[in-house]
Design a protein around this ligand. Structure first.
Ligand code: FES
Ligand code: FES
Length: 211
């Protein structure tokens, strides 16, 4: 899991970071009341009320979604609970397991650590977005061929991590595959099948003309 934070924590390349967003909405200048509302501290202007929503435009799997979201909602919550994209799984909810991995501008990110509002202006890809109609994408196909799962709960995240790895490095060696997949845990311990599946996926992608 070394380097996990660099790679997976929400630091969308050119966008707003989680920390940057919080300061942009004036979190540093507000105080929580006993009723759970947030009020402006004396001399400051921004006020954020618990439960308030803001409009956001998200591009997910090539489709634009206009939503009202609470600024505190994670991308994972919005994907699963508001858009019904339940392929992305909730595991630890705190950036440890990788079950929630999606691609943001082709890079693997933990959706549980990404605020939905941070994803605006970026291209989000979930495991559903790897399908070609009813056909599996090459990474999914390789995982099936290599039996690279047992319970399958971690599998969507593993597939997305592999997809992200192969989009940035179409010909990874064994060490690069292990490093690229190091942010994704498999409680069933299917690694002996997962790593060969990623190598096979690289081959299938090359044959399919994907680089
Ligand atoms: S659910 Fe996001 S890393 Fe575990
Ligand atoms: S297949 Fe069960 S957790 Fe990975």
């Amino acid at each position: 899991m070394s380097g996990k934070k660099d790679k997976h924590e929400c630091q969308c390349q050119t966008g707003v970071t989680r920390r940057g967003f919080l300061s942009s909405v004036g979190t540093g200048a507000v105080v929580a009341s006993a009723a759970g509302q947030v009020q402006a501290a004396p001399g400051s202007s921004p006020v954020l009320i618990t439960g308030e929503t803001v409009p956001v435009k998200l591009l997910i799997n090539g489709r634009e979604h206009r939503l009202l979201v609470e600024p505190r909602w994670s991308l994972l919550f919005v994907l699963r609970e508001k858009l019904g994209l339940t392929g992305t799984k909730m595991g630890c909810g705190q950036g440890e397991c990788g079950a929630c991995t999606v691609l943001v501008n082709d890079e693997p990110r933990y959706a549980c650590l990404t605020l939905a509002v941070e994803a605006e202006g970026f291209k989000v890809t979930t495991v559903e977005g790897l399908m070609n109609g009813e056909e599996l994408g090459p990474v999914q196909q390789a995982f099936v061929e290599h039996d690279a799962f047992q319970c399958g709960y971690c599998t969507p995240g593993q597939v997305m991590a592999a997809e992200g790895l192969l989009r940035s490095n179409p010909t990874p060696n064994a060490a690069q595959i292990q490093a690229g997949m190091s942010g994704n845990l498999c409680r069933c311990g299917a690694y002996a099948h997962i790593f060969p599946a990623v190598a096979k996926a690289a081959e299938l992608r090359r044959k399919g003309g994907q680089s």
